[in-house]
Design a protein around this ligand. Structure first.
Ligand SMILES: [Fe+2]
Length: 231
């Protein structure tokens, strides 16, 4: 993990800027997984219903004019893949998150947010024709079709403007389209592309999102999103 957290001397990290963990497929593997909670605490049980008690990595947080929603796409292989040894139930986990996601828009601070950005480690949009949708026993997911079908319509129903993802190690931008309110930005990474830092702020009546290439210290793209029409 490359650390982008510049911690000022004598200041606690996260004192001024929200720090939240969006779990990726590799965060379900290896012995270190057991100690993830020591790196980043799970969300507090008091944040969610008893029904959602297992969803300790999902978050929906309002920061100024922006609401941030964290969803967990889980592993990059289907539950019946031999590599999972019959131990995984990611389909059920994703369905449970769909129920949780619906409820977040009942919260006034989320429903009223002019801008909503969701985070998913694996993209929930087909990233190129024929890309592995995560339902095959061969290779691994390039995108998560199951999550797209479960969560995508809920995000569109509520006019979410942007889904930020990773996983591919390759910067990509897909604009919103007919029947889909949200654009997708996929961050780059080592091996295939530049290291990416995506920065967002409300600027001049829209959400301005800058994509930085941190290897070279340059901004490679800027995207603007208009506010939601909040009724
Ligand atoms: Fe990944």
């Amino acid at each position: 993990m490359r650390c982008y957290l510049a911690v000022p001397e004598n200041d606690g990290y996260g004192a001024d800027t929200l720090i939240a963990l969006n779990r990726g497929n590799h965060d379900f593997r290896g012995n270190a997984v057991k100690r993830l909670g020591e790196v980043m605490m799970p969300r507090l049980a008091s944040e969610r219903k008893l029904r959602d008690i297992a969803l300790d990595r999902n978050f929906a947080i309002r920061m100024g004019e922006i609401a941030l929603i964290g969803l967990d796409t889980g592993e990059d292989k289907p539950d019946n893949h031999p590599a999972n040894g019959g131990m995984s139930q990611f389909t059920a986990y994703r369905k449970a998150q769909a129920l949780w996601l619906k409820d977040q828009f009942e919260r006034r601070e989320i429903a009223d947010a002019p801008y909503i950005v969701a985070f998913t480690h694996i993209p929930i949009l087909e990233v190129w024709p024929g890309a592995n949708p995560g339902t095959l026993l061969e290779d691994y997911a390039a995108w998560q079709k199951e999550c797209a079908e479960l969560w995508g319509p809920i995000l569109t129903e509520h006019g979410v403007q942007l889904v930020l993802s990773g996983h591919l190690h390759c910067y990509k931008y897909h604009p919103a389209a007919e029947g889909r309110s949200w654009a997708t930005i996929i961050g780059g990474g080592p091996g295939r592309n530049f290291q990416t830092l995506v920065e967002g702020k409300v600027d001049d009546g829209s959400l301005l999102v800058r994509v930085h290439n941190t290897d070279e210290g340059v901004v490679v793209a800027e995207h603007r999103f208009p506010p939601r029409s909040v009724s």
